[in-house]
Design a protein around this ligand. Sequence first.
Ligand SMILES: NC(=O)c1ccc[n+]([C@@H]2O[C@H](COP(=O)([O-])OP(=O)(O)OC[C@H]3O[C@@H](n4cnc5c(N)ncnc54)[C@H](O)[C@@H]3O)[C@@H](O)[C@H]2O)c1
Length: 277
Amino acid sequence: MKKEVMLVTGAGQISMAIARRIGFGKKIILGDKNIENANIIAKIMNEAGYDAVPFEMDLSSRESILAIIAETQKCGEIKYLVNGAGVSPSQAPIEAILKVDLYGTAVLLEEVGKVIAEGGCGVTISSQSGWRMPQLTAEEDRLLATTPTEELLSLDILQPENVRDTLHAYQLAKRCNEKRVMAECINWGKRGARLNDIAPGIIVTPLALDEFNGPRGDFYRNMFAKCPAGRPGTADEVANVAELLMGDKGAFITGSTFLIDGGATSSYFYGPLRPEG
Ligand SMILES: NC(=O)c1ccc[n+]([C@@H]2O[C@H](COP(=O)([O-])OP(=O)(O)OC[C@H]3O[C@@H](n4cnc5c(N)ncnc54)[C@H](O)[C@@H]3O)[C@@H](O)[C@H]2O)c1
């Protein structure tokens, strides 16, 4: 029997947790810019009975996105998309964060949306960071949601004079992810497919460990200490949400973002994490 096909970008902990949860019995193409990461995760999965094939790809390049889509389609129509590729504020400069997390995600959702199988579904990973930034105007939100992908990085709010630092770039990118999912789910829906977004809080992964050890380490440790859950989360807990969104029980859910942050955002607005002043 032919296997269902799943495209996964970002061979990190969150991607792997989701791929393991819903990917058994499926053909999984696992893309990452760092092929070593893809090789390692594919090996772990294959030694646990999965069928994962590593592939070198760069989320910030449309050409590379089209290449992994073409590679995946060699195995059949794409039924599932998991986008867990990304860079964090301590890992990359402003330009790279916008190119990978904002532009690359938008292109991936657009291109996979053109070929997704009927009954298919996708999930992309944004962040609680997108919820912390002050509200944008309705027009700014609309522009993030609907500007053609190749014009996105030319938007005024994304120009260097309007982006304070890498954290602000990351927040803008993750807010954009939520908005793109809302707009793009309409195109996915025309093909009988669904698209959603998960916005995690601090999840222990190499990316988060870079943050703990980076210039904002104290800020991050304080964040999980003072959130209602009192701890960081795990990639498996993110996979719990993905399992709902990507399965039959999520059939009425599309275009949504799910915050899973142990209550850190609530604490930031109305509790002990609230900034002074
Ligand atoms: N870990 C957290 O606390 C946390 C919180 C909120 C959001 N997120 C988001 O979750 C997603 C997954 O992160 P993770 O924590 O699993 O991190 P991770 O470091 O385990 O995995 C991220 C992977 O993305 C890859 N990658 C980076 N740039 C790429 C590019 N241009 N093209 C292709 N691959 C690329 C990296 O090589 C890495 O393998 C990211 O978008 C991140 O912003 C993570």
